[in-house]
Design a protein around this ligand. Structure first.
Ligand code: SAH
Ligand code: SF4
Ligand code: F3S
Length: 517
């Protein structure tokens, strides 16, 4: 569909090209090379400017030979959104003529695509930068870059400037499309190239991508987050909520289906806010799911849901089933209304339980999974117990569990981090024990049942065994011919374990069956 047709369909506003996303201060005259450091203060602002959509990304002719004879390596530390950004950067590198390598020693450019969500995620990156120093000394022409969410933090950029002179470039999450220029600057200059815009960029639709595999694909539906949970750095590192236009998403999913992909994971930090920023159409996540449902692709998932914006229409659409899977990841963070309040989650324990009841009433077989933080400032033993009891009451089947980690610049970082580490660890252990028990419990009923599994490849532990996931995202291991990789197959479950199922291959699910579900 071209721009004119999209305009006609009322799905797109006329594109206005805007360069306002560049920072107001221009430091470049003071430095030999690009120097645009981040500012968390600016990143916190939420302006009223409209988002502009572009599909005019192009690699300039002068850069086309940049990668000839050179190899790139990207290490990803963050969430699926970060992984997807890596696919885009791999696409840009490929467009510049670079070849991919999975060995650091072979690389001419190394990028660390970082995550800022917790301190240990950041420590891993600093550790890796230390490991890379000897390589840089050995190969002075090697370029080392830091990108992703950590680059958006002033403290990180200052620390790198001070201590890690092996780094050649730092660029932010809103500067990915500028990679060709950043690389060019880094080759030309002896100084560290720093380009981090603290005001979010526009949406650029036509960035190239080299996807990881050809079975499952990530599709961004929105960028940024405006929720500002008090502990979280994401609204600062990813900017304000910006939704992609429906038609662009639908077109991307259609193309992926046509290329034989079997599963789509729709991505956003808070997908339930999808469409809130449209002022010309009334179109939310429920509407999008209802449109995607009609596309001939077996499986569609989405992540991550914020309970706050999970509306009735979305529940109604998800209940239609088909390729919309009955597994919902719904982070709760805590089971205590008082803690939820100081986390600024904007729902209470009771409201969360009410939402869960509504979802269960509409989708009786639904599988729910969640994220939980323990040891938030002031969390009492009783409040932690409320988290355990909520977990049981909902019947979650899996959780990602974390010890609270203060993030500089967030409101919670100003609260006294008054729970001793031993207490935090003990709470995490108790929670994890419950999470394991409930996972094992949820696995038991599969014994003897036949499930549909999308086969992804060899099991990580045993190359003679294949592995894949059920519609409810349970890992299944089984023996079958390698020709079924990429297919949806029926597997009879022989043994249910805590975190996976072992089964016997029965046969490939015929396409008709998948589509007529
Ligand atoms: N947008 C998603 C979460 C993205 S971050 C949502 O709101 O559901 C993934 C998870 O990391 C969060 O759900 C939370 O459990 C955890 N997390 C975020 N900030 C954290 C912090 N400062 N300390 C510990 N865990 C944190
Ligand atoms: Fe962070 Fe909250 Fe936004 Fe999730 S919804 S990304 S936890 S601020
Ligand atoms: Fe980490 Fe950024 Fe994702 S902080 S969790 S990589 S959005």
């Amino acid at each position: 569909m071209n721009e004119e047709q999209r305009l006609e369909a009322g799905l797109v506003k006329p594109a206005t090209v805007k360069t306002a996303s560049a920072p107001e201060k221009d430091y470049s005259k003071y430095f030999e090379t690009v120097y645009t450091p981040p500012s968390l203060k600016d990143a916190k602002k939420r302006g009223k400017e409209e988002i502009s959509y572009h599909d005019d990304f192009q690699i300039e002719e002068r850069f086309l030979d940049m990668g000839a004879g050179r190899k790139f390596y990207i290490r990803t530390y963050g969430c699926q959104m970060n992984e997807h950004d890596t696919e885009v950067m791999a696409g840009i590198f490929t467009g510049l003529g670079y070849e991919a390598t999975d060995t650091v020693n072979d690389a001419d450019v190394i990028l660390l695509n970082t995550c800022a969500i917790r301190e240990n995620a950041e420590n891993k990156v600093f550790g890796e930068l230390g490991h890379l120093k000897p390589l840089k000394l050995e190969k002075p022409d090697l370029l080392i870059g830091v990108c992703g969410c950590m680059s958006q933090e002033e403290s990180v950029v200052n620390r790198i400037l001070k201590t890690y002179d092996q780094v050649d470039m730092i660029f932010g999450t809103h500067n990915i499309h500028r990679l060709p220029n950043i690389l060019h600057e880094a080759y030309m200059s002896k100084e560290m190239v720093i380009e981090v815009w603290s005001k979010e960029g526009d949406i650029i639709e036509n960035l190239p991508k080299v996807r990881h595999g050809n079975i499952k694909a990530w599709v961004n539906i929105m960028y940024g987050c405006d929720k500002f949970c008090t502990y979280c750095i994401v609204p600062y590192t990813r900017g304000k909520e910006r939704s992609r236009r429906p038609q662009d998403i639908i077109q991307e999913v259609r193309q992926l289906a046509a290329h034989g992909y079997k599963e789509i994971m729709l991505l956003g930090q808070n997908v339930n806010a999808y469409g809130k920023d449209f002022d010309d159409i009334d179109y939310r996540l429920g509407d999008l799911m209802d449109d995607l449902r009609k596309i001939d692709i077996p499986r569609i998932r989405f992540t991550t849901s914020h309970p706050r914006d999970f509306d009735d229409h979305l529940i109604e659409v998800l209940a239609k089933g088909g390729n919309l899977l009955d597994h919902i990841h719904l982070p709760v963070q805590s089971g205590s209304s008082d803690i939820l309040k100081i986390m600024a989650r904007k729902y209470s324990r009771e409201q969360f339980l009410e939402l869960v009841s509504k979802i269960k009433a509409a989708i009786p077989n639904v599988t729910l999974t969640t994220d939980i933080i323990v040891g938030f400032p002031n969390e009492t033993d009783e409040q932690f117990e409320e988290t355990l009891s909520l977990y049981k009451e909902v019947g979650f089947e899996m959780a990602y569990t974390y010890i609270y980690s203060p993030r500089e610049g967030t409101p919670a970082a100003k609260m006294v981090d008054n729970i001793p580490m031993e207490v935090k660890k003990e709470r995490l252990q108790r929670l994890n024990k419950l999470v394991n028990e409930m996972s094992a419990e949820a696995m038991k009923p599969y014994q003897g049942k036949t499930v549909k599994v999308l086969v992804e490849g060899e099991s990580k532990r045993n190359p003679d065994v294949l592995a894949g996931y059920t519609e409810k995202n349970k890992l299944v291991n089984f023996k079958a011919p390698r020709s079924v990789i990429g297919e949806i197959v029926n597997i009879k479950i022989i043994e249910a374990k805590t975190w996976s199922l072992d089964g016997e291959f029965i046969g490939v699910v015929e396409e008709e069956k998948v589509m007529s579900k």
